[in-house]
Design a protein around this ligand. Structure first.
Ligand code: ATP
Length: 353
C-alpha cells in the first residue's frame, strides 16, 4: 500500500479555557493515501473544519503532529505547505476576472506569463468555463463561481486539495451536477481530495474512504461499503443511512431477542447487545415460515421505488422494512396483517454501544 500523503498523529485541538474549554479534536489519528477522495463526515460541530484548518496550517494543534509525505509539517505556515483549500464561501476576488482569479497564485509565485496563460486555459477547460475567462466574478452564477474557485485551487497543482462543504450553497440539482464534476476533476488530476460534508449520501456516493466523526473523535474510517454494511457503533449506524436497532442478548449462534426469537449472527458477542439491521435487509414472509420472527403491520408508506413497512414485534419493538415496490405499486399487505420477519443472512450487526 502506498505511503500516506497526510498523517494525523494524536491530534488534539482545544479552544478556550476553564468552563468555556472545547475539545474540538480529541486524539485524532488518521492516514490519507495519495490520490484518495477522502471525506470527513459528521454532524455540525464535530470538528471537521478544525481538522481541515490544522491540515492547511491556519491553526496549530494543542498536541499531536501532522506529517506530509512522512515529514513533520505541524508548525509550517500555510503558504509553505503544498496544500490548497476551497472554502464554502468560495472567497474569490470580485474585482478580478475569471482568468485573473484562476491565475492569481501562479502570478504570486512569479511564474512566466506564457506558463500562467497556458495553465489558466487548461484549468478553465477542466471546469468547462473557457467562454467565461474575461468575465467579472459578480457576473457569474453560484455554480459558475464554485467552478472558478475549484479551478483557482487546482491551478498550482497542490498535492492535496481541502474542500470545506464546497457544495452546500448550491441548489439540489446543481449540487448533484457538481458532485459528478468534482469526482471527475479528482480522477483527471490525481490530486488527493479531502472533502468535508455533513451529508451522508454525498459522502457515500463520492468517497474512496470516509472518516465518520462525532464530538471531536474519529468513530470509524473505511470505504463507503464497509461503513454502511459494518458500522462499528450505534452512532455510525444511525448517522449513515437508516437502521433498525433491537435490544438483545448475545449467545452461541446468535442474538436472543426479548420475544424469545433468535437472529442468527456469526462471531457473536455474549451478554447485552444491540442488533443493527438496515430496513432493506428485512424480508417479510408468511407468519408460519421457519425462523421468521412474528410481527404485525402498523403502517405502510409508499416512496415510489420502494415501500416502507412499519411493523411491531410481539414485545412492541418497532421496526421498518423497506420493500421494493412491485410494478403496480401494491405490496399486498394491509395494516394489522400478521407477517414473519426474516433478516437477510449476514446482514445483522451486533453492537456493544
Ligand atoms: P460545521 O459542520 O457546523 O461546520 P464542524 O464539524 O466543522 O461543524 P468545527 O467548526 O470544527 O465543527 O468546530 C468544532 C467545535 O469547536 C465546535 O464546538 C466549535 O464551536 C468549536 N470551535 C471551532 N472554532 C472555534 C474557535 N475559534 N473558538 C472557539 N471554539 C471553536
Amino acid at each position: 500500500m502506498a505511503a500516506p500523503v497526510i498523517s494525523a498523529r494524536n491530534l488534539v485541538k482545544a479552544f478556550g479555557t476553564g468552563e468555556f474549554a472545547v475539545r474540538a479534536l480529541d486524539t485524532v489519528s488518521l492516514d490519507i493515501r495519495p490520490g484518495e477522495f477522502f471525506t470527513l463526515l459528521g454532524p455540525s460541530g464535530c470538528g471537521k473544519t478544525t481538522l481541515l484548518r490544522l491540515f492547511a496550517g491556519f491553526e496549530m494543534p494543542s498536541a499531536g503532529t501532522i506529517l506530509l509525505d512522512g515529514e513533520d509539517v505541524t508548525t509550517l505556515p500555510p503558504n509553505r505547505r503544498p496544500i490548497n483549500t476551497v472554502f464554502q464561501s468560495y472567497a474569490l476576488f470580485p474585482h478580478l476576472s475569471v482568468a485573473e482569479n484562476v491565475g492569481f497564485a501562479l502570478k504570486m509565485q512569479g511564474k512566466p506569463r506564457a506558463e500562467i496563460e497556458a495553465t489558466v486555459a487548461k484549468m478553465l477547460a477542466l471546469v468547462q468555463l473557457e467562454a467565461m475567462a474575461g468575465r467579472k466574478i459578480t457576473q457569474l452564477s453560484g455554480g459558475q463561481q464554485q467552478r472558478v474557485a475549484l479551478a483557482r485551487a487546482l491551478a498550482p497543482h497542490p498535492k492535496v486539495l481541502l474542500l470545506d462543504e464546497p457544495l452546500s450553497a448550491l441548489d439540489l440539482k446543481l449540487r448533484k451536477e457538481m458532485q459528478v464534476e468534482l469526482k471527475r476533476l479528482q480522477n483527471e488530476t490525481g490530486i488527493t481530495f479531502i472533502f468535508v460534508t455533513h451529508d451522508q449520501e454525498e459522502a457515500l456516493t463520492m468517497s474512496d474512504r470516509i472518516a465518520v466523526m462525532s464530538a471531536g473523535k474519529l468513530q470509524q474510517v473505511g470505504t463507503p461499503k464497509e461503513i454502511y454494511t459494518h458500522p462499528i457503533n450505534r452512532f455510525v449506524a444511525a448517522f449513515i443511512g437508516e437502521t433498525n436497532f433491537i435490544e438483545a442478548v448475545g449467545e452461541a449462534g446468535g442474538a436472543r431477542l426479548k420475544t424469545g426469537d433468535l437472529i442468527p449472527v456469526e462471531g457473536v458477542l455474549h451478554g447485552p447487545v444491540t442488533v443493527a439491521i438496515r430496513p432493506e435487509q428485512l424480508r417479510l414472509v408468511a407468519p408460519e415460515t421457519a425462523q421468521a420472527i412474528p410481527a404485525t403491520v402498523r403502517d405502510l408508506v409508499y416512496f415510489g421505488t420502494d415501500t416502507h413497512c412499519h411493523i411491531a414485534l410481539a414485545d412492541g419493538t418497532a421496526l421498518t422494512a423497506r420493500l421494493q415496490s412491485p410494478a403496480n405499486g401494491e405490496v399486498g399487505l394491509g395494516i394489522g396483517d400478521r407477517v414473519g420477519v426474516l433478516p437477510t443472512p449476514g446482514a445483522a450487526q451486533l453492537l456493544r454501544e
